[in-house]
Design a protein around this ligand. Structure first.
Ligand code: GLN
Ligand code: ZN
Length: 755
């Protein structure tokens, strides 16, 4: 009999209950007992959901108060020594201090979990880090699940992945120097789990999907030989891409089973199935854990049937990865129209799909006929729906040529014309786009959404805000102005709502980090722009000033990256459709007299595939999509782009190939070090390295910013250098914003005097 399980379930709750409980605790409105209660309730609910759906094992250990990597560190006792907490007596407050910082301690660093939008806390590796054991939360949760009569499968981040994802803070030459100690730590945990009679442990090693060098690869065999000495049976889970290169390695590991992602790594099965050991389980991830489309059950069954013949009872059925990355329950989407809704499956529905596939395999499709028919009808309807296919978009796409992705003249000639038109001073000052999103702005938007104020009232309030932002910028003496983006709730949602082909959920929250959740839109159909999206705002803002006003758009890669994307055509096709829609907007802005247009691409780098051999293909279409947006305008029109989190050194040729006239990047926290690569590469176009960190309320003085600018001048030619903050200012308050920008303008003036 095939067995059904999930690699993990969203912990945040269908109505973001964990977020609310955490934030109330952090505010001091509730105590630790109340918070623990909320956690227990959520775990109980999620286990019951899994069991009721027909999962044979429920996942225990995927719950975390803030992040599962941090929970693993708390379990091992491997919390950063600099906090001076006793790992065995770590309280919840201590745990949150690790995650969020305090007056005395800066927080642990946070970064993206592989190519997802989930952020984990980065382990800090120092020679004195301890692995002697920490808190007992996991063991308590196992007891909880058992008390509720569940068969528990414990989920752990594997030792090699944990080690790999950490950063050396001091005193170590290689992370693997810590391997013997971390293995000993895991051995202690596994021994305890064995003593408790735990039936299965899923141990996640997603680093196997990356390009692993031999040192890491060679570490697997001895590590797992040591771990399996005294442990419950281990299911080693890989996901997010194929792990073909490690087929022989995985076959020889002494684990009891392996999980493969058959959604991202659809073709890898053949490398494993042929001589899969007789005593070994193979768990296949057949339901997409990274997207929200309903599974084509017929197609899934066609794939599963021969695996079942080969493996019999040793086949396990699962989602491709943890369901952490999809919203909890489609049932709460009461406003979504029935047609779109019938095409989707969230975490709860995905459990049902896995259960149905299991029944079909174990008891025959006739036992789940209605479910198969419903899925078939939905999949067929989606394939043929006129809402998906738009003949006009297809025609435009077919006509696109390479010339459409080329500006008229080369940068050298363009910049001369642009300079003649604008006559900007040396080291021109600007900002990235957004100004403080005050509570008045948010309240007005909420009132408008509730229907308490009408459309025109709302527009009026936002226009007042634009007036204020323009006046402040003039007072501050900035050279290139922005309208401040008050009308935008979110840089992707705002555009998605105005484009055809985008859908939205009311409650489709996905955890991004800690209590923070995002509600990504989904792209279901051919994308096109029914009418101008930003032109009236930019035009209005420009009418208020003689200074140049930058138009402000979100680029195609970011529009794609921060949404759930169609699975019925390649990502690059969707990107190109978005690009063509944005190109029309760029041209309309130009026609309306907006001569500088910024196309933001903060998600450009995070779109990189996990394996570097796939990078060139991605970078080629991503650059082309950007250029498609940017190339419909005259040489005099200045195209800006902005990227944050800018570790770009390995992709600089492509950043240069985007050929934006001006790029602004985040560099201040690296003390301008991130700029060095641009210098070495001789990046040709204009560049604005951020001179102050917008993530912090601290206001640097003008000398500090001038010092950073001097460093930048060592790398970038004076004529190419712009002056701006690291990123948009929407999360900041007005007083600090004015103070910081005023210092920034003064720093630029100091520099001009040196010329
Ligand atoms: N223009 C956007 C802003 O200023 C850019 C945001 C971003 O880079 N993430 O908010
Ligand atoms: Zn940014």
């Amino acid at each position: 009999m095939a067995l059904a399980h999930t690699l993990g379930f969203p912990r945040i709750g269908a109505h973001r209950e964990l977020k609310l409980a955490l934030e109330s605790f952090w505010r001091g409105d509730s105590n630790e007992a109340a918070l623990r209660d909320s956690g227990r309730t959520l775990r109980a609910r999620h286990w019951a959901l899994q069991a009721d759906a027909g999962m044979d094992l429920v996942a225990v250990g995927d719950f975390a108060w803030y992040d599962h990597v941090l929970n693993t560190l708390a379990l091992l006792g491997a919390i950063p020594a600099r906090f001076k907490f006793d790992p065995k007596r770590l309280t919840l407050s201590d745990y949150f201090t690790l995650a969020r910082g305090s007056k005395e301690h800066f927080a642990m660093e946070m970064t993206k979990w592989f190519d997802t939008n989930y952020h984990y806390l980065v382990p800090e590796w120092t020679p004195n880090v301890c692995f002697d054991g920490g808190v007992d939360w996991l063991f308590d949760e196992i007891a909880e699940a058992r008390a509720q009569n569940h068969r528990a499968k414990v989920v752990l981040v594997g030792p090699l992945t944990l080690l790999y994802l950490g950063k050396i803070k001091s005193g170590l030459t290689h992370k693997l120097d810590l391997l013997p100690r971390i293995v000993a730590g895991y051995q202690n945990v596994l021994k305890r789990l064995q003593a408790m009679g735990v039936e299965w442990v899923q141990i996640d090693e997603p680093i196997l999907a990356l390009d692993l060098d031999t040192a890491w690869r060679d570490a697997f065999a001895p590590t797992y030989a040591a771990l399996t000495k005294a442990a419950p049976p281990l299911l080693l889970a890989t996901y997010f891409d194929e792990v073909r290169a490690h087929a022989a390695l995985l076959r020889d590991l002494p684990v009891a089973g392996v999980h493969l992602d058959l959604v991202r790594g659809a073709d890898q099965l053949g490398d494993f199935l042929g001589d899969w050991p007789q005593d070994r389980v193979l768990s296949v991830g057949i339901v997409d854990g990274r997207n929200i489309w309903r599974t084509d059950l017929d197609a899934a069954l066609v794939k599963l049937a021969p695996i079942q013949i080969a493996l019999g009872d040793r086949l396990w059925i699962a989602p491709s990865c943890s369901l952490l990355h999809v919203p909890v329950d489609l049932a709460h989407e009461t406003k979504l129209d029935a047609e779109l809704k019938s095409w989707l499956a969230f975490a709860t529905q995905k459990l049902d799909e896995i259960a149905v596939l299991k029944r079909a395999l174990n008891h025959g499709t006739e036992t789940v006929q209605p479910q198969f028919s419903a899925a078939r009808a939905a999949v067929t309807a989606r394939q043929h729906s006129p809402r998906i296919h738009n003949g006009l978009v297809q025609k435009r796409l077919a006509k696109v040529s390479d010339a459409d992705a080329q500006r008229g003249a080369a940068f050298g000639a363009r910049i001369v014309k642009q300079q003649a038109k604008w006559n900007l001073p040396p080291f021109p000052t600007t900002t990235i786009g957004s100004f403080p999103q005050t509570s008045e702005i948010r309240q007005a938007r909420a009132a408008y959404k509730r229907g308490d104020i009408g459309h025109l009232d709302y527009l009026d309030k936002m226009r007042d805000e634009v007036r204020l932002v323009v006046r402040k910028q003039e007072e501050l003496g900035l050279d290139v102005l922005v309208h401040g983006e008050p009308e935008r709730n979110d840089m992707v949602e705002y555009f998605g709502e105005q484009l055809w082909g985008y859908g939205f959920t009311a409650n489709g929250w996905v955890q991004s980090y800690g209590s923070r959740c995002v509600k990504p839109p989904f792209i279901y159909g051919d994308v096109c722009r029914p009418e101008a999206m930003t032109v009236s705002w930019s035009q209005f803002a420009q009418s208020l000033t003689e200074k140049p006003m930058k138009g402000m758009l979100t680029g195609p890669v970011t529009m794609l990256q921060w949404s759930f994307v169609r699975d019925d055509q390649p990502r690059e096709t969707t990107a190109l459709q978005i690009a063509l829609a944005l190109r029309e907007e760029v041209c309309d802005l130009e026609k309306a007299g907006i001569g500088m247009i910024q196309i933001d691409e903060p998600a450009f780098r995070e779109g990189l595939p996990l394996k570097s051999r796939h990078w060139p293909h991605y970078l080629d279409w991503a650059v082309r999509a950007f250029k498609m947006c940017a190339s419909g305008v005259a040489d005099e029109t200045q195209i800006h782009t902005h990227m944050c989190y800018s570790e770009f050194n390995d992709i600089l040729p492509w950043i240069a190939a985007m050929d934006a006239d001006v790029i602004t990047i985040e560099t201040s926290r690296s003390d301008m070090k991130l700029l060095d690569g641009f210098g070495q590469f001789a990046y040709p176009n204009d560049i604005g390295p951020g001179v102050y960190d917008i993530h912090s309320p601290r206001v640097p003085n003008r000398e500090e910013m001038a010092r950073l600018l001097k460093k930048a001048r060592g790398v970038i030619a004076d004529a190419r250098l712009w002056v701006n903050p690291d990123c948009g200012l929407k999360t900041r308050g007005w007083p600090e914003t004015c103070e910081a920008l005023s210092n920034m303008v003064l720093a630029a003036r100091m520099l001009r005097q040196e010329l």
